[in-house]
Design a protein around this ligand. Structure first.
Ligand code: CA
Length: 377
């Protein structure tokens, strides 16, 4: 979460926990890939030795440093993922296809029901709607299923050492060490995304220090455990302190009982939204209009609302979402695996299109078209 503009995680990547995209930042119960396990690196070791002096001067004890770095190390995969984040962002339509998928809505409704008591208590205490808290949880970690299992000390130290955003990540590393020093979590349990976002709602370490809450009263602010209550309370705390106004909607689709607000149209030809100051509070979590609309719309859906009323225009290749879904279904039926039929033509779909084009003697462009769709009928 947070300061994602540096990451363009976006459903882009992270945020689309569960999207299966190339830049996922959360890993969940699947085994760690080898490149996110510590690898010997002399340059990293020298950097850590120097860093320990700087950390000590900022109040980190030797025993904290020793235990934190005992099993930490250089993660080549953090650097490649950081460098390979997509430059271009998804269209709002593609973003919402993933962020507010039928599965994410259904699981959101189930978790909203399961944790209704605590969510309602949080709404009463912090003023943030229970459905909004649930939606943030859904986008950040697929309701806790994909919290990330990368060592946070390894991830933040690797990215601090690599240096492209070294100052930012050294700050996160110092914050992570303070968390360990406070005794909220052990080094082995302090896991998260390859970029150091932690727990059910993917707090970066500095945000944890500023906003995390011990809700269940066990004396530790534990956002890593299976019990999501501290994480959900921490998210409500963060939104409340980001300017959330109790009882105000985030916004809505213009023409369909939206609250008064600033009008935005993130995708030309697509739906327009009227957004309030609570929309801007969501953007403090992740500074992206698509993300904030994703949270708001997912919250509405969890609360029982239906899909958006407006439609989006055809994409640059003349295909509507229905066309793209049909293209994926027909390719799959012919044995070219698109990894599902969500209407989002990602890397797997592009590879399937290329393989199909090759099979019919056409240049493998990986780009769909009406002609290609028609050829599959
Ligand atoms: Ca606790």
């Amino acid at each position: 979460m947070m300061n994602r503009r540096f990451f363009s995680f976006g459903l882009a990547a992270v945020t689309l926990a569960g999207c299966g995209g190339p830049a996922m930042t959360v890993s969940g119960p699947t085994p760690l890939p080898d490149d996110l396990r510590p690898t010997p690196d002399a340059g990293y070791d020298a950097w850590v030795a120097a860093f320990k002096g700087r950390a000590a001067s900022r109040g980190i004890s030797q025993s904290t440093l020793n235990s934190a770095f005992r099993s930490a190390g250089f993660l080549p995969g953090a650097i490649t993922r950081d460098r390979n984040q997509p430059e271009s962002s998804r269209t709002l339509e593609d973003y919402l296809s993933i962020a507010v998928s039928d599965e994410r809505v259904a699981k959101g409704r189930a978790n909203y029901a399961r944790y209704r008591d605590i969510l309602n208590a949080l709404e009463a205490r912090y003023g943030v709607d229970a459905t909004i808290i649930t939606a943030v949880w859904g986008l950040e970690s697929f309701y806790g299923e994909r919290r990330g299992s990368v060592s946070v000390i390894s991830a933040t130290s690797t990215l601090a050492y690599e240096g492209r955003r070294g100052e930012f990540f050294e700050g996160q590393l110092i914050a992570a060490l303070r968390i360990l020093q406070n005794g909220d979590v052990t080094p082995e349990n302090m896991t998260g995304s390859w970029a150091g976002a932690m727990g059910h709602t993917q707090f970066i370490p500095t945000s944890y220090l500023a906003y995390a809450v011990d809700y269940n009263g066990d004396g530790r602010r534990d956002i890593w455990e299976d019990d999501p209550s501290d994480s959900l309370a921490s998210t409500a705390s963060y939104l409340a302190r980001s300017g959330w106004t109790r009882g105000m909607r985030w916004g809505g689709e213009v023409g369909y009982n939206a609250p008064a607000g600033t009008i935005i149209q993130p995708q030309a030809g697509g739906p327009r939204f009227s957004v309030t100051s609570n929309f801007r509070a969501i953007k403090r979590y992740n500074n992206s209009d698509s993300y904030a609309i994703g949270v708001g719309h997912l919250a509405d859906r969890i609360g029982g609302a239906g899909p958006l009323h407006g439609s989006f225009p055809p994409d640059a290749n003349g295909l509507t979402k229905d066309d793209r879904v049909a293209l994926q279904q027909r390719l799959t039926a012919r044995g070219f695996d698109t990894g599902g039929a969500d209407g989002v033509l990602g890397n797997k779909s592009k590879a399937a299109i290329s393989a199909y084009q090759t099979s019919i003697g056409q240049p493998a462009t990986g780009v769909g078209s009406q002609a290609l769709l028609a050829s599959l009928r």
